[in-house]
Write a protein that binds this ligand. Structure first.
Ligand code: ATP
Ligand code: SF4
Ligand code: MG
Length: 335
């Protein structure tokens, strides 16, 4: 299908000059319409920085130091999100791409009813909509995310964590964005609840037709809900593939370490902690492949040359990319 978001050579840092930390490095990634892209990697690998960078919500001292984020609206020509004015950006964020942050469920306003918080979004962004239509839309949205009618006028503290999370998702969806980014949407919730909420989001995606970027530490959820998985290490995408392919047969030794020993699709919850050694220090990155000090398959070129994300020939013809010297036939992605 067609692309909705194309991230090209994106670089994001914290601070400038010698002290700068390069948290996202030369990232190339395409999200297609209707797709669920799962993004995984150890803590500090740059997942949130990538999500905030592409929506331009980076907290200071975060800066985008290069690249493009090409967005394809449902109608009209594609444009670079990094070139939008502040005013255009505010529109873009709610109407085109919505983000549900890590810990967002605690960011609801405690003094307003949840139904009011949804109608406020509509009031700000659809000023011509009637009061009646706003209320109807807000209630319909809350119903869609599974909030019972008798809870719609509750205050946030009267709701469980799971319900507050559903409200946040409802708020993110209310202007019918094409892209929804979930940054570890449910880590504070129990597994059953996480799965329920995600299943519901995926059903809504089928009905409303948006695409999802889904960031998680939880491998079972990642494999269960993603169509495509991208693995980050040290700020770079090191592998990207259809979920079934990467799970069956990872090409990058880091993905293999994360996913290879993963027991079963619906097995017990497992965090991404299965690899010996620690994540790289972004201020003193190893030379060459940043994974080489931990890689069981490291060989000659690995310590001196950085492998570029590229497309190897796959026996099953699937489109996948990897950045590893074990797959030198790769055609570079994004050049
Ligand atoms: P987690 O899984 O823990 O959420 P992540 O993959 O989302 O991790 P990021 O939060 O994107 O990782 O952080 C990437 C790197 O950027 C980390 O090394 C982190 O220390 C650094 N970083 C993040 N925020 C800042 C900041 N405000 N100032 C300086 N460095 C930062
Ligand atoms: Fe391991 Fe070398 Fe591949 Fe890096 S490039 S993952 S060190 S084999
Ligand atoms: Mg994060």
């Amino acid at each position: 299908s067609e692309p909705v978001l194309e991230i090209r050579n994106l670089n994001v840092g914290y601070g400038l000059g010698d002290q700068a930390v390069r948290a996202v490095r030369d990232v190339n990634l395409t999200l297609h319409r209707g797709e669920v892209l799962g993004l995984a990697g150890e803590s500090g690998s740059g997942k949130s920085t990538l999500a905030y960078g592409l929506t331009r919500l980076l907290p200071p001292p975060g800066v985008i130091t290069g690249g493009q984020v090409i967005y394809h609206p449902a109608d009209g020509p594609a444009y670079d999100v990094l070139g939008l004015s502040d005013r255009e950006l505010r529109e873009f964020r709610w109407n085109e791409t919505a983000i549900v942050f890590q810990g967002a469920m605690n960011s609801l306003n405690p003094v307003h009813k949840i139904s009011t918080q949804l109608t406020d979004v509509l009031r700000a962004h659809e000023p011509t909509m009637s009061e009646h239509s706003r209320n109807a839309r807000a209630r319909e949205m809350l119903k869609l995310v599974g909030i019972a009618a008798d809870r719609m006028d509750a205050y946030p503290h009267q709701l469980s964590g799971g319900m507050r999370q559903r409200v946040m998702i409802g708020m993110a969806l209310i202007l019918q964005p094409q892209v929804v980014i979930m940054d570890e949407p449910t880590t504070a919730l129990d597994v059953v609840m996480q799965r329920q909420i995600l299943r519901q989001l995926i059903e809504l995606r089928e009905r409303l037709g948006f695409s999802v970027i889904f960031i998680t530490h939880d491998l079972s959820l990642l494999v269960e809900f993603s169509n495509k998985i991208a693995i980050m290490y040290g700020g770079r995408i090191v592998e990207e593939a259809p979920a079934s392919a990467i799970y069956r047969d990872s090409l990058h030794p880091y993905s293999a370490g994360l996913l290879g020993s993963f027991p079963a699709l619906r097995g017990p919850r497992r965090e991404l902690t299965g690899i010996p050694g620690s994540p790289p220090d972004l201020k003193g990155m190893p030379t060459g492949c940043s994974f080489h000090p931990r890689c069981p398959k490291a060989f000659d070129p690995c310590a001196s040359n950085i492998p570029v994300l590229g497309r190897p020939d796959t026996p099953d013809g699937s489109t996948r990319s990897v950045a590893c010297w074990l797959h030198p036939t790769a055609q570079p992605v994004g050049l």
